[in-house]
Ligand binder design. Structure first.
Ligand code: CMP
Length: 140
């Protein structure tokens, strides 16, 4: 079933100049790009986006990292997009990510891990409208 997911090419990947290579991975894997936006988030925007992690010890550091430069938020669509994107990204910690995954190839650490992808349909339903209104997302 066709499904949408939110991905973010994170500030570390933008700074390294590998955004194009990461987008190519999405395209090669068959994801359709329905929306894309470069945004340099404020601390408040990053904290609200990651509110689910508010009580984690890495929360402050994560918000600082996500606001250190621009990132590229995108809406991707494919059959089973949420699970397939997470497989393509690899494990959160690049040291544990499988060969050929985006994080294995481009991430620097468990925090600066190059990409984000919605972890469930519920998360996608919060994360997509967090960055995009209806007019900014291409119809199917
Ligand atoms: P992401 O998939 O965007 O979801 C939450 C983010 O928090 C995660 O990627 C990492 O960037 C970061 N993160 C998760 N676990 C840790 C950790 N143990 N230490 C530091 N950052 C983490």
């Amino acid at each position: 079933m066709s499904q949408r997911t939110l991905t973010i090419v994170k500030p570390d990947a933008i700074a390294k100049g590998v955004a194009g290579q990461i987008i190519a991975r999405f395209e090669q894997a068959g994801f359709r790009i329905l929306a894309a936006k470069l945004i340099h988030m404020t601390h408040e925007q990053a904290a609200d986006f990651y509110a689910v992690h508010k009580s984690r010890p890495f929360f402050r550091s994560l918000c600082a990292f996500m606001t250190q430069g621009p990132c590229l938020a995108m809406v991707l669509e494919a059959d089973d997009a949420i699970a397939r994107l997470r497989e393509l990204m690899g494990a959160t910690d690049p040291a544990k990510a499988a060969p050929g995954t985006i994080r294995k190839d481009f991430a620097s650490s468990i925090e600066a891990n190059a990409v984000h992808g919605s972890d469930s349909a519920e998360s996608a339903a919060f994360e997509i409208p967090y960055f995009f209104n209806g007019l900014e997302i291409l119809p199917r």
